[in-house]
Design a protein around this ligand. Structure first.
Ligand SMILES: Cc1ncc(COP(=O)(O)O)c(C=O)c1O
Length: 409
């Protein structure tokens, strides 16, 4: 048989299988397509040739396109070049990477820090590297997909507690009795609901049952707490969380990269056994340089955090006044507007786009059936006028669709 022909046969069967799966995804209404942005990531972006106001990026501090971040990236390219072409332990570590790790460890008041290509990798690599079948992981059922995947890769006993349910957490802690290590795992901020884990009680239970705590701070670093140090700062628990995983890809410049901040011993294990660290490329020098700048900016003053808090309060207050149900914690810039019906959420988002306001609807299976919503994310870079425009858009369409009445306005 000609090699080309067998390749084509294989490829057409592969394509056929993919086509069938894709049509099932489309039938389920969960097919994903991308809107292409032809500008920088900012509060105003160009999508499909149209200038729109952006409320769906994790650009909480507005640093993705900030002049200081751009300049830091350019300077770093001039000094350190573009890429590393190597994993860290072979020849992929510059003083830049070490400085960033030191800065992040100090930021989270931890002993050490290890960088990964992404926070997904930091979560995927942690559990397998640190825990054994003698240990137990007790995880909030709504933790991020990367935590779920990371836990699947480990051989530790896996227990799941109901979302934010301390009673169920305690029940699982009892079930984990006898394990060598017990690790409670939670997102600090949950990205679909904008709610915050009850860390004070979680730490109390951890102490009571001799467990350790792991918090994913991807939506909290640079967002929550007086100086942006996340949920441990918000609850006055800095230094009391054992492991913090977070990202460089959201508030802190929005480039790429993630990390684990923890004790020297934990980080040492990860440098020796964390597979996404050992077998994947270093983060690019300009990303490391610009991320360093982001942490420095947050240390200098809290003006960006204050703008973010002002915008969050503005949006949440005005939307509630208009009669909408806004989910999540009142200080969280993730502000999901609950609509219930999946089609309504999707049509609502399309109507908002017609008003040049870019928001996204989420429905099952990303969120439970009947809890479809539009997730609005505020940024420090939005002006009060931008926020009011979004509120007005919601009110206009909400009235048209009969979701809110005039009486409530
Ligand atoms: C809670 C949480 N953890 C981890 C990640 C992964 O972050 P990264 O984009 O750095 O891989 C995300 C990103 O969506 C997230 O929301």
């Amino acid at each position: 048989m000609q090699p080309n022909l067998s390749k084509r046969l294989f490829s057409s069967k592969l394509n056929e299988v993919c086509r069938q799966t894709i049509s099932q995804i489309k039938e389920a209404g969960t097919y994903k397509s991308e809107r292409v942005i032809t500008s920088s990531q900012s509060t105003h972006i160009t999508v499909n040739g149209k200038r729109v106001l952006n409320f769906c990026a994790n650009n909480y501090l507005g640093l993705s396109d900030h002049s200081r971040i751009r300049e830091a990236a350019k300077r770093t390219i001039d000094q350190y070049g573009f890429g590393m072409s190597s994993v860290r332990f072979i020849c992929g570590t510059q003083d830049l990477h070490k400085n960033l790790e030191k800065r992040i460890a100090a930021f989270h008041k931890m002993e050490d820090c290890i960088l990964y290509p992404s926070a997904f990798d930091a979560n995927a690599g942690f559990f397998e590297a640190v825990l054994t079948p003698d240990d137990a992981i007790i995880s909030d059922e709504l933790n991020h997909a990367s935590i779920i995947d990371g836990i699947r890769l480990s051989k530790a006993k896996r227990l799941r507690y109901k979302h934010l349910d301390l009673g169920d957490l305690e029940k699982n802690l009892k079930e984990a009795e006898g394990s060598r290590l017990k690790l409670i795992v939670t997102d600090g901020v949950f990205s679909m609901d904008g709610d915050i884990a009850p860390l004070t009680d979680i730490v109390k239970l951890a102490k009571q049952y001799g467990a350790f705590t792991f918090v994913d701070e991807c939506h909290a670093t640079g967002v929550i707490g007086k100086t942006g140090r996340g949920t441990p700062e918000y609850f006055g628990l800095e230094g009391q969380i054992d492991v913090i995983n977070s990202t460089l890809g959201k508030a802190m410049g929005g480039g790429t990269g993630g990390y684990t901040a923890a004790s020297k011993e934990v980080v040492d294990i990860l440098r020796n056994k964390g597979r996404p660290y050992l077998f994947s490329n270093s983060i690019a020098p300009p990303v490391a340089g610009a991320s360093l700048q982001a942490y420095q900016m947050l240390d200098e003053n809290s003006s960006l955090l204050e703008s973010l808090a002002r915008n969050t309060k503005h949006f949440r207050t005005e939307m509630k006044k208009a009669g909408f149900t806004i989910l999540g914690h009142e200080e969280c810039p993730i502000s999901p507007v609950l609509l219930g019906d999946a089609r309504l959420a999707s049509e609502f988002a399309d109507e908002m786009m017609k008003e040049d306001i870019y928001v996204i609807g989420f429905s099952y299976p990303v969120v439970p059936t009947g809890k479809a919503r539009i997730r609005v994310q505020l940024s420090a870079a939005h002006t009060p006028e931008d926020v009011q425009r979004a509120v007005n858009g919601f009110i206009n369409i909400g009235r048209k669709k009969g979701i809110i009445g005039d009486a409530k306005l």
